[in-house]
Design a protein. Structure first.
Length: 81
C-alpha cells in the first residue's frame, strides 16, 4: 500500500511539473507571436489580444481540470484496495 501511495505522489508531481513546464513554454511562445503580430499591424491589437485572452482562459480551465484530477488521485485513490 505504501508503494501505491508513493507512486501516486510521484506521478502527480511529474504531471504537475510537466503541465507547468508546457504552460510556461506555450505562454512564452504565444506572447512572442502576439508582440510580433501587433508590431507588424498595430491596428489589429484589440482583435489579437482578445483572441489570446480566449486561448489563455481555455488553457487555465484545462489546468484547473488537471488540479481536480490530481486531488482526486490524492484523496480518492482508486488503486488502493
Amino acid at each position: 500500500m505504501e508503494m501505491v501511495l508513493s507512486s501516486t505522489a510521484l506521478c502527480i508531481g511529474i504531471m504537475l511539473g510537466l503541465a507547468f513546464l508546457g504552460l510556461g513554454i506555450g505562454v512564452g511562445l504565444l506572447g512572442g507571436r502576439v508582440a510580433e503580430a501587433v508590431g507588424r499591424n498595430p491596428e489589429t491589437k484589440n482583435d489579437v489580444v482578445h483572441s489570446v485572452m480566449t486561448i489563455l482562459i481555455i488553457t487555465s480551465v484545462f489546468l484547473l481540470f488537471l488540479f481536480a484530477f490530481c486531488f482526486f488521485l490524492l484523496f480518492f485513490n482508486p488503486l488502493i484496495v
